[in-house]
Design a protein around this ligand. Structure first.
Ligand code: PMP
Length: 316
């Protein structure tokens, strides 16, 4: 995920800042404890950082170009630009992976506005960038891969059109997910499903939502929330396997009438859902088939070129 990292599975580990080795920051490789920012940083106060989470499989990043292009697009939606090219950042992140001896892990790339001034205006402020990488355990504390998670349909809603740019992966936008996530965890659910401003089913706190009805794979249209790269990958894989896919507007009863439900995201990969509120769902054949296809796809060295060729990049 580029997902909030306060999960049951991570709580037993030492703090994250003690687990990461070197961090790349503003062009230099630094020991983790020296990679700090000023408390007056604009982004700390106003949520104007933009970030990406990228998974590493056997030393290979999955979809690095698409993630780094999305980072640049997110910054641009917030009124600033990143001075490093996608190629320069890709080189830095591979060097960082090597220096930290990571084989299977998670990369967090974050850009933020500096402490030059605290007005709301983003232009003319210094832009900073850091890349960290660490060994990434399971997101949810599950005992085996056939265990699904439970989700609570949240009262917290995604902001409506015109409130926040939905395709920008900006830190400020995560307040909504954090509130929904905490409410769900308090009631012992693993995660939440949020609705959009019209009350229609949208996505989880940090992953997109799919469900299967009568053999058709259904997913909410991702124009009101992040159109995840994993979501786009799963749609392509499903179509290539002859599974019918329908993007639409769905309400809670559409979801509750599903035979299978799963979430998709960089961190959670393809995560089956086996409980929504008090209703139980099974882990079915379409979910199992797509999960297998996804886990093969992420390990293919040329996956990005096959899925999102340079001239038809993922749309943000
Ligand atoms: N929605 C939100 C709110 C997210 O944070 C994420 C994780 N980045 C996703 C969806 C899934 O996006 P992706 O598949 O690109 O990781």
């Amino acid at each position: 995920m580029s997902t909030p990292i306060t999960t049951a599975s991570t709580s037993a580990l030492p703090p994250l800042h003690e687990r990461v080795g070197e961090i790349w920051m503003d062009g230099r490789f630094l020991p983790g404890p020296q990679a700090n920012l000023n408390v007056l940083s604009h982004s700390l106060h106003y949520g104007t950082a933009v970030f990406e989470g990228i998974r590493v499989y056997s030393g290979l990043c999955f979809l690095p170009r698409s993630h780094l292009d999305r980072l640049a697009a997110s910054a641009s939606a917030l009124g600033y630009s990143i001075s490093y090219s996608t190629n320069e950042l890709t080189a830095a992140l591979y060097e960082l992976i090597k220096r930290n001896c990571i084989s299977d892990g998670y990369v967090r790339v974050i850009a933020w506005l500096g402490s030059d001034a605290l007005g709301l205006m983003a232009a003319d402020l210094s832009v900073h960038l850091a890349i960290s990488v660490w060994n990434w355990p399971q997101v949810h504390n599950l005992t085996d891969e056939n265990q699904g998670i439970s989700v609570l349909i949240s009262d917290v809603r995604r902001p409506g059109h015109g409130a926040l740019p939905p395709q920008a992966k900006a830190s400020g936008g995560y307040l909504v997910g954090a509130l929904a996530y905490q409410a769900a965890r308090k009631l012992n659910y693993n995660d939440s499903i949020l609705r959009d401003h019209e009350g229609l089913i949208a996505e989880s706190t940090s992953a997109n939502l799919f469900f299967v009805k009568d053999g058709i794979l259904l997913t909410p249209i991702a124009d009101r929330f992040l159109n995840g790269l994993t979501r786009q990958t799963i749609i392509r894989l499903a179509k290539s396997q002859g599974i019918s896919v329908r993007e639409g507007r769905f309400n809670e009863s559409d979801l509750m009438g599903a035979q299978e439900i799963f979430l998709t995201g960089t961190a959670v990969e393809l995560q089956p859902v086996t409980r929504v509120n008090h209703s139980v769902f099974t882990l079915g054949p379409t979910t199992i088939r797509l999960r297998k296809a996804y886990s093969e796809c992420v390990r293919k060295p040329n996956a990005e070129e096959e899925l999102f060729p340079q001239d038809q990049s993922a749309g943000f």
